[in-house]
Design a binder for this molecule. Structure first.
Ligand code: FMN
Length: 193
């Protein structure tokens, strides 16, 4: 069965608008693509930022081609996913630090990409597409969202040819009908996949 990896960087998921949209997208993709879904709730994953110790350990393992080691589990899981959905709120110009830490765990040369003869990266990931779901308090736009910009670069480096941003702006603007904005996004999701 094809695998969908749902990377959930949302907090307060009971009320998170980003999670609401992300969850619905995953459910639609599951129905249309028959995916087996694996959801990673990042705040529950206990992923640590790299330290001298963990970086050196990983370098040592990579040197010996021991890529099946448990320390590389996030990278191997990411590489093997057929479809990837990231749900992440817009925080301070981009995504929350926890998603950056997750990306640090995933971004292993030799697993998700390798270097070609002339030093350029060659992607090794299986997925054809990353969907990036986000909601923002103000009016930012997908093109100014540094979180989405990073995902586009990452996808290119990892050999994932398609990226799609599903972003909703203006959710903290008092005069906006927030429920209507979210509902409109949910209704439009079938046209986005
Ligand atoms: C820590 C933090 C940082 C934020 N930074 C910004 C920001 O820089 N620009 C903005 O428009 N909204 C910002 N917001 C508002 C969120 O983007 C907005 O409330 C979003 O809808 C939250 O998603 P959620 O409902 O899924 O939690 C921030 C919110 C938090 C909690």
């Amino acid at each position: 069965m094809k695998k969908l990896l749902f990377i959930n960087a949302c907090v307060n998921r009971g009320t998170s608008r980003t999670y609401r949209v992300g969850k619905e997208l995953v459910s639609l993709l599951k129905k249309s693509g028959g995916f087996d879904v694996c959801e990673l709730v990042l705040e529950k994953e206990n992923i640590q930022a790299l330290t001298s110790e963990t970086l050196n350990k990983k370098l040592e393992l990579a040197e010996k081609n021991e890529f099946s080691n448990e320390l590389f589990r996030y990278a191997n899981q990411f590489k093997e996913a057929d479809c990837i959905v990231i749900a992440s709120p817009y925080w301070n110009f981009g995504f929350p630090a926890i998603l950056k830490i997750y990306i640090e765990a995933v971004s292993v040369p030799g697993i998700v990409y390798r270097y070609g003869e002339w030093g350029y990266p060659i992607g090794l990931c299986k997925a054809e597409k990353i969907y990036y779901v986000t909601t923002r308090g103000g009016y930012v736009g997908d093109e100014k969202d540094l979180g989405y910009a990073a995902i586009v670069e990452i996808a290119q480096q990892y050999g994932i040819t398609g990226t799609k941003c599903i972003g909703v702006d203006g959710l903290d603007i008092l005069v906006n009908d927030v429920e209507a904005l979210v509902k409109k996004t949910l209704e439009n999701l079938p046209n986005q996949i």
